[in-house]
Design a binder for this molecule. Structure first.
Ligand code: SAH
Length: 357
């Protein structure tokens, strides 16, 4: 049976529906509520988004669903792999023609997926390829979840699973709080994708009110904060939102987050040649984060064509890292993964438009 999917553009997809909404929909087709759970099982545990393959459902229901609602909001445009095959990146087209990227990073035992939460980003960080694009729109919960299901299907062929999710692709997840959180719930729920909250990390530029909101969420997901600079003067240039929520306010909020949730926070710090990578700045960073249960991730900047900054050379990265480690700040230098496939945030889309390489 080939089912034509007639619903288009920006209307919600099947993956946007909560269990209750799904039950209502199947009830509208004269079907009992348990059909909703069957559909969820197909979608989130067997990764089947094509209703024609949901063989436990009656034909009539399959046909009804396919004509009533968009089944999968993502169309794979193309996928590229790094030369070592450990980083894989897909560019997807959304029903309204917008594009997003998702990256899979493979490690020995982990398969980490980097998800987009918006098309573009409104945070305007000048060193970031997505920031340079500007904001286009929020993703729906279903569009976020669909990225995971796509790669879950891909990995299933190798008897592997998505083990970790980082919301570090295009967009500022906390600026799209409602849809992002709905997606996280779906991905975490035992009756849906069933991935432990501790395997999910949200990365933010430092939206203080949203971090406060996060403190009260029951799910124990991880928090990463993109710091990039130890002083307001420097951070104002890299993260414009710092003018609204300066470091003192941000750090106070993070202290409250750590104290209340008893969870460690991760700081992201992109090292830029001659800009934020000297040892005085390392000492300032130590002072800023000392006493906080945290981990610092140092990432040599992935240069983007429209910004003046370049990544720090290895010896400066090492010296910066040593300074933090000596001060007992747990620090990791993150590998520059997927540089050969423009795996940095928003870079594939740029490349496709001919801006890079
Ligand atoms: N908006 C969120 C999540 C998306 S970006 C945030 O800012 O945290 C994910 C991480 O990649 C952030 O730490 C961001 O600052 C960093 N990043 C963006 N562009 C980069 C680049 N060109 N090189 C290195 N890191 C970059």
């Amino acid at each position: 049976m080939t089912i034509q999917n007639q619903k288009s553009k920006t209307s919600p997809s099947l993956l946007d529906l909560s269990t209750v909404e799904l039950e209502k929909m199947v009830a509208g087709f004269g079907q009992p509520a348990y059909r909703a759970r069957q559909i969820e099982n197909w979608l989130y545990q067997r990764y089947v988004v094509d209703v024609s393959k949901m063989t436990t459902l009656p034909q009539s229901l399959r046909q009804n669903l396919a004509t009533a609602i968009c089944l999968n909001p993502l169309t794979e445009q193309f996928t590229i792999r790094s030369s070592d095959k450990q980083t894989i990146k897909t560019l997807f087209i959304l029903p309204d023609g917008e594009e997003i990227e998702t990256v899979l990073m493979r490690y020995d035992k982990r398969q980490t997926l980097c998800l987009s939460t918006q098309v573009g980003c409104g945070m305007d960080c000048p060193f970031c390829a997505t920031g340079q694009m500007g904001f286009r729109r929020n993703l729906s919960a279903g569009e976020i979840v669909a990225q995971v299901l796509h790669y879950a299907r891909f990995l299933e062929r190798e008897q592997k699973q998505v083990t970790n999710l980082v919301l570090m692709g295009m967009g500022e997840p906390l600026a799209n709080y409602r849809q992002t959180w709905q997606a996280i719930r779906r991905l975490n729920e035992p009756t849906a994708f069933n991935l432990g909250a501790r395997h999910i990390t949200i990365s933010t530029v430092g939206l203080v009110p949203a971090i406060r909101r996060l403190i009260n969420e029951p799910e124990q997901i991880g928090l990463a904060v993109s710091l990039h600079a130890p002083t307001d003067k420097l951070r104002n240039q890299l993260v414009p939102l710092n003018r609204r929520y300066p470091l003192a306010m941000l750090m106070k909020t993070i202290h409250d987050y750590v104290t209340t949730t008893r969870r460690r926070v991760t700081f992201e710090y992109a090292l830029m040649d001659g800009f934020n990578d000297n040892l005085t700045q390392a000492d300032q960073l130590v002072e800023l984060v000392q006493g906080l249960q945290c981990h610092v991730n140092l990432i040599p900047l992935n240069p983007t064509p429209n910004s003046p900054w370049r990544g720090s050379p290895d010896e400066r990265v090492e010296a910066f890292c040593d300074r933090l480690t000596t001060a007992n700040i747990p620090t990791t230098v993150r590998l520059r993964r997927g540089v050969d496939i423009a795996a940095g945030c928003g870079q594939l889309r740029h490349r496709q438009e001919g801006i890079v390489g």
